[in-house]
Ligand binder design. Structure first.
Ligand code: ZN
Length: 164
């Protein structure tokens, strides 16, 4: 989001920073890179968001959570606009979000540009013991946007947040 827009809408920005991703409750929607634009005209507020995974059931929840948060704080006319372009990619996640993801036990998206046969990328390291010795168990983990890996050193299974 452009910085000029940010400073003008700092209060709204702060409120949005309190709205967490329903699937990853340690990361807020700003850190996820979902919020594209905030427009406040008179008393009507529009928030433009980009869906993460198309058809991701969490998106409706996120839109609702954002709306509720703003309405609870005095913004009565809130409109959530979902745009598909620019498409959200895991590259929009902030480094802070990726660090929080790891602390939460999920390996953050890690794109290996050299490996085009694997667009999902692969975990840099095990979120439990930081070993780089990890093995893919299943392309689908607890949700479709994650795959399941197992660490060959600490033997712990963990979710990897796929690149896309
Ligand atoms: Zn490990």
């Amino acid at each position: 989001m452009p910085t000029a827009q940010l400073s003008k809408n700092q209060k709204i920005f702060d409120l949005l920073s309190e709205v967490m991703d329903p699937e990853i409750p340690v990361i807020n929607v700003i850190e996820m890179g979902i919020v594209q634009e905030i427009t406040l005209e008179d008393s009507s507020l529009s928030v433009t968001i980009t869906p993460t995974y198309s058809g991701c059931p969490a998106m409706d929840m996120i839109a609702n959570d954002i709306k509720e948060k703003l309405q609870d704080n005095g913004y009565t006319e809130v409109k959530i606009i979902e745009v598909l372009s620019p498409a959200w990619t895991t590259d929009m996640m902030t480094d802070e979000a990726k660090a929080k993801l790891k602390a939460y036990g999920i390996a953050p998206p890690n794109r290996s540009s050299s490996d085009e046969s694997n667009p999902f990328g692969k975990p840099k390291e095990c979120p439990n013991c930081s070993s780089t010795n990890t093995k893919l168990k299943s392309h689908f983990g607890s949700t479709p946007c994650k795959s399941l890996y197992v660490c060959s050193d600490c033997l712990e299974p963990f979710d990897y947040f796929k690149c896309h």
